[in-house]
Design a protein around this ligand. Structure first.
Ligand SMILES: *Cc1c(COP(=O)(O)O)cnc(C)c1O
Length: 388
């Protein structure tokens, strides 16, 4: 790390940023975005990493990935507009949503993004009108009930139907560039990735033999896990079996991945402030200005279990309750969390909260989503506010 690097996740810096920008606050450290990107690059050498915007669609993260030489994975017209606004080369982007309206396809093409995904015959037929412009990856489903969210239930065609789908596209004159999959987010191990790589390698070989298109891309999706309260294996070790499986592919196949959580998760923290407290049935309840309708929405939607701590030092630790600000009883962040006795104004920090947190927050009860600050986009450039 450079001498000018200031760690915005240290208590003194957190306090300084909250004084300046208010609470609740999400702090994105672009230095950590770069570090995560490089770690995954080392774990998957030769694989082009397309950051999936979905978990944290923030301009600073997108710019940081682009500046590091990375690629992007878009899924909606809003995400296409975000990267267009930032002037990012559309050739570095793919559009990976398997179900699109015609206008989403046209918007992506107008922005210059022409590699897209389909997973069923109706969707493939939508591309007949834009054949010659758009190219397709066909998404294949590999069920993984063990993943925190099994993305192969909602999307993807059965492996045994993938070749028929490629045949249909070829018959309609649509360029098939290859196959893609997503085994599900926060994968418990790499077994599904390996199974999927091996199956897609066979599909690529068969599709090439039948001359169904260029068939020169394999997209291995996302799912790379990060530490929460529960720790996971180091990414180099996690990816070792994937590296071995990819090593058997023909050299002419370009391999890409769509990491979201791995890039964004550890790169941001969420800071909330105690608004008030009450002792109820012998337990202290602390009410924060952020909760499960805000950044902690990931606890519901993403099954997140974030490491939470207070910046208050000392004091006897007692089982306590952390609650969000809204008037809904479901809005409780943590029960039985060990905390010293807190006061109004004390800060609570949730770590590894970059992915699927702020992105899924609402403004229920008119409690605003956290302000977002990004720091270290240029090393030493501390305290740059979102949107400026
Ligand atoms: C959500 C999503 C990703 C990112 O997945 P992570 O598990 O966060 O890495 C990548 N590709 C597609 C198609 C997605 O829907």
């Amino acid at each position: 790390m450079s001498a000018r690097y200031i760690d915005p996740f240290e208590p003194a810096q957190i306090r300084r940023l909250v004084e300046r920008f208010g609470s609740p606050l999400m702090i994105i450290d672009c230095q950590r975005v770069r570090a995560q990107y490089r770690r995954l690059q080392r774990a998957l050498p030769g694989v082009d990493l397309h950051y999936a915007l979905k978990p944290l669609p923030h301009a600073a993260v997108v710019r940081t990935i682009a500046a590091a030489g990375g690629w992007l994975d878009l899924a909606t017209t809003g995400e296409v507009q975000l990267v267009s606004r930032l002037g990012i080369d559309p050739a570095r982007c793919i559009h990976s949503h398997p179900i699109k309206r015609d206008k989403d396809i046209r918007n992506a093409l107008a922005a210059g993004v022409n590699l897209m995904v389909a997973d069923n015959p109706d969707e493939v037929r939508k591309f007949r009108a834009v054949r010659g412009e758009a190219e397709l990856l066909l998404r294949v489903s590999f069920r993984s009930p063990g993943a925190v969210s099994d993305l192969s239930r909602k999307f993807g065609c059965d492996p045994e139907h993938a070749l028929d789908l490629a045949r249909l596209a070829a018959r309609l004159g649509i360029q098939v560039r290859g196959f893609s999959f997503h085994v599900g987010s926060q994968a418990p191990n790499a077994l599904k990735h390996v199974e999927a790589v091996e199956a897609c390698a066979r599909l690529l070989a068969m599709a090439r033999r039948e001359k169904l298109g260029r068939c020169d891309i394999l997209d291995i999706g996302g799912g790379f896990p990060i530490d929460y309260v529960k720790r996971v294996p180091d990414i180099g070790r996690f990816c070792a079996p994937i590296r071995a499986a990819l090593g058997k592919l023909p050299k002419s196949v370009r391999v890409i991945a769509e990491p979201g959580r791995y890039i964004a998760g550890p790169a941001a923290i969420c800071v909330a402030t105690v608004m008030g407290r009450a002792e109820r049935s012998g337990l202290w309840w602390y009410y924060l200005d952020d909760g499960v309708y805000g950044s902690y929405s990931g606890q519901l939607y993403d099954h997140g279990n974030y490491p939470i701590e207070t910046l208050r030092q000392g004091g006897e630790l007692k089982a306590s309750v952390l609650a969000g600000p809204t008037c809904d009883s479901i809005d409780v962040i943590a029960e039985n969390i060990l905390l010293p006795k807190l006061k109004a104004g004390d800060l609570i920090v949730g770590r590894n909260m970059g992915a699927y947190t702020w992105a899924t927050a609402s403004e229920f009860n008119f409690f605003p989503k956290p302000t977002v600050v990004s720091v270290n986009e240029v090393p030493g450039d501390l305290g740059k506010v979102e949107g400026d």
